[in-house]
Design a binder for this molecule. Structure first.
Ligand SMILES: *[C@@H]1O[C@H](CO)[C@@H](O)[C@H](O)[C@H]1NC(C)=O
Ligand SMILES: *[C@@H]1O[C@H](CO)[C@@H](O)[C@H](O)[C@H]1NC(C)=O
Ligand SMILES: *[C@@H]1O[C@H](CO)[C@@H](O)[C@H](O)[C@H]1NC(C)=O
Ligand SMILES: *[C@@H]1O[C@H](CO)[C@@H](O)[C@H](O)[C@H]1NC(C)=O
Ligand SMILES: *[C@@H]1O[C@H](CO)[C@@H](O)[C@H](O)[C@H]1NC(C)=O
Ligand SMILES: CC(=O)N[C@H]1CO[C@H](CO)[C@@H](O)[C@@H]1O
Length: 433
């Protein structure tokens, strides 16, 4: 029963960096209900900044069977956006009348000034290629603006996006005729009011706006391309941001006593016989039933349900023995994602706290996870607990079953419910734990 811990990884934490987290909620809701749900539980309905984010989001939802809402809806006010990246540079012809309606921008090939045209007019265009030695390429086929954008995104990077007068001059010299550039005006607005210009519409959408289709969904059968749908249709949806009521955490610092040790050993008592007739709760989450948390880097396959709440009151050592006998181990939390899933299970415990695989060692004066990985940096201590908090020998880590689900130190002899983990898909286990 002896095992070794690599303490080094646990203590070299880079704190404060959080990846852009998406959460797929597989419950059908209309758009406004979905927005309320995301705002109550996370930050908001999802925003997508660029094609890379969209592609990795799409990879992580490849096993979801229904279309999903994102946070984009048709607003009242039309605003100019760049197809690729927003820049503040402007070079409009004087006297342009700019109504509150859809429009696209044309560059005058004789002087480089911009003017407005209907987006379905057919014109030649200039693409931008980030990897080519010649950045701007003239395409002389006449196309509507969206088809021109699609062409440039397929064969190059995007439509030309001059960010200053020198680049504008380059585009003009490339074109010499009137051409579309990557500037368009629409009324689509993000739920969190961010001004992100990125759009990922399906090319099969009709160009005339269909009445009442004022919300955007991700189409699973079209590699994540967006569709215009009626906001009253119940769909699955995507939220972003951290789970709410997640307090900020203090850094775990390396205590002086450990400077010369980067491994130690810990042996739970092997003489304990786990109690018999244990009742377990598997997959019994009732609210909301089918939440599937997923992050952009495709760990979805492994994370579905490998956490088991054991509704039995045991000491910390009994809990460790129980989990090792029946599953793999007591849960160790190395990420926000795992914290969220553990917290969700914990709400069904009958005790105020649940044991985690977290133990304090008097000998070296620090806290450690019994299952450690190099990636673990996440922590969620309640004030007065953890590395800066109250300490005594035989202290073990527990999570609050409700509220902020913060971690506290409790005497290992307390009797609490606990959460074990299983390897559902062992190939991916190292990604998760
Ligand atoms: C433009 O970039 C793409 C990659 O995005 C590359 O495959 C292609 O060859 C480039 N085109 C030209 C004309 O250089
Ligand atoms: C793709 O999904 C959309 C929206 O759900 C649906 O209208 C369309 O028929 C589907 N297309 C195919 C080829 O399955
Ligand atoms: C969504 O449903 C709620 C009632 O559950 C309703 O009040 C609201 O108007 C609906 N939203 C849309 C956009 O249909
Ligand atoms: C997933 O993302 C987390 C946080 O960004 C990272 O620590 C982890 O290594 C990633 N896993 C994979 C399989 O890429
Ligand atoms: C465990 O302890 C809690 C709180 O003391 C109690 O409500 C619950 O009934 C106990 N469960 C068992 C199985 O003894
Ligand atoms: C698109 C993609 O890479 N999806 C993968 C996500 O992970 C699961 C589980 O390993 C794979 O089966 C998918 O192919």
């Amino acid at each position: 029963m002896f095992f070794f811990l690599i303490i080094f990884g646990l203590l070299t934490c880079t704190l404060g960096q959080k990846s852009h987290q998406y959460h797929i909620i597989s419950i059908g809701k209309n758009w406004t209900e979905a927005q309320s749900y995301c705002r109550a539980t996370y930050t908001d309905l999802a925003t997508v900044n660029n094609a890379d984010e969209m592609n990795s989001l799409f990879k992580s939802i490849s096993d979801v069977s229904q279309d999903m809402y994102i946070g984009l809806y048709r607003g009242q006010v039309f605003r100019w956006h760049w197809s690729l990246t927003d820049t503040s540079y402007k070079n409009w012809k004087s006297g342009i009348s700019d109504g509150n309606q859809e429009a696209c921008a044309v560059m005058d090939g004789t002087n480089g000034k911009w003017f407005i045209d209907k987006c379905d007019s057919k014109r030649p265009f200039v693409c931008f290629n980030a990897t080519a030695s010649k950045k701007f390429i003239l395409i002389t086929d006449n196309k509507p603006w969206t088809d021109a954008q699609e062409y440039c995104r397929t064969f190059h990077t995007d439509l030309a996006n001059p960010k200053d007068s020198s680049e504008n001059q380059d585009v003009k010299n490339t074109a010499k005729i009137n051409v579309w550039i990557g500037l368009f005006k629409d009324s689509w607005t993000w739920s969190d009011q961010s001004s992100i210009s990125f759009r990922f519409w399906s090319s099969s959408l009709s160009s005339s706006p269909s009445s009442g289709q004022d919300c955007a969904s991700v189409m699973v059968n079209q590699t994540g391309r967006w569709n215009e749908v009626q906001c009253s249709v119940p769909l699955y949806f995507i939220c972003h941001g951290d789970l709410k009521s997640q307090p900020t955490t203090k850094p775990m610092t390396r205590p002086a006593a450990t400077q010369n040790h980067n491994t130690t050993s810990f042996a739970p008592s092997s003489s304990l016989t786990p109690p018999q007739n244990i009742t377990e709760k598997k997959n019994t989450d009732t609210q909301p039933t089918q939440i599937l948390h997923t992050t952009t880097n495709n760990t979805t396959g492994a994370v579905k349900d490998n956490l088991i709440l054991v509704n039995e009151n045991m000491t910390w050592l009994e809990a460790v023995s129980y989990c090792r006998k029946h599953h793999v181990d007591l849960v160790s939390i190395h990420s926000q994602e795992l914290q969220d899933r553990t917290a969700q299970k914990a709400t069904q415990a009958s005790t105020s706290h649940i044991w985690l695989g977290l133990r304090y060692t008097c000998k070296f004066n620090f806290w450690f996870w019994i299952k450690n990985t190099e990636t673990g940096c996440y922590q969620n201590w309640a004030p007065g607990h953890g590395p800066y908090g109250y300490k005594e020998c035989e202290l073990s880590g527990a999570m609050e079953s409700t509220g902020g689900h913060q971690w506290v130190g409790r005497p290992g002899s307390d009797r609490l419910n606990f959460i074990c983990y299983n390897c559902v898909n062992c190939q991916l286990c190292n990604d998760v734990f």
